[in-house]
Design a protein around this ligand. Structure first.
Ligand code: SME
Length: 166
């Protein structure tokens, strides 16, 4: 059973290392994409302080469609290149947005969201699975330590996805 407790993020690298070890344990031995995505979103959402949304958008071959998440109901479909998620998907680079109000084309699903980090999820064959998106009601909530930590968590998630396809 998982406690899924909030972690102490005073030392961010240490907290992300602990979270990474929890993610490894949670996904180990399970290959179902939706099950792993749902548990990953729940674990990370409850571990991180000051976040109001955490979840997946999956690429359906044409656009991004919302997947398992924690938080308020979200926009269902996002075109590639649109908003923070669509930009991460199209550019395949992590988007770290300190103030969503200053991001041209930001899509406001929850008016409370003020900052956001979106990590692209790319399979080993180079195809786009989707993106991992975390929102905060605080401006400037995410920094380089979050980028490093979140990319590591997503790499572990993608390991489980690629194992499924192996
Ligand atoms: N703000 C995002 C949309 C998704 S929600 O935040 C859940 C964006 O601009 O892509």
């Amino acid at each position: 059973m998982y406690q899924a407790d909030a972690l102490d993020f005073t030392d961010k690298p240490a907290a992300y290392a602990e979270l990474a070890s929890q993610v490894r344990g949670l996904l180990e031995g399970e290959h179902d994409l939706i099950a792993n995505a749902a548990n990953f979103a729940a674990l990370v959402f409850h571990a991180l302080p000051m976040v109001n949304w955490a979840g997946f958008y999956f690429h359906d071959g044409k656009e991004l469609v919302v997947g398992p998440f924690q938080g308020r109901p979200a926009c269902v479909r996002i075109a590639l290149g649109r908003g923070v998620c669509g930009t991460a998907a199209q550019s395949r680079t992590t988007q770290l947005v300190e103030d969503v109000n200053a991001f041209d084309g930001h899509i406001a699903c929850d008016a409370a969201s003020q900052s956001e980090i979106v990590v692209p999820l790319v399979r080993t064959d180079g195809s786009l699975l989707g993106v991992w998106d975390v929102d905060s009601p605080h401006t400037g909530r995410f920094d380089e330590a979050d980028r490093t930590g979140m990319e590591k968590l997503c790499a572990l998630f993608m390991d489980a996805v690629d194992r499924r396809n192996a």
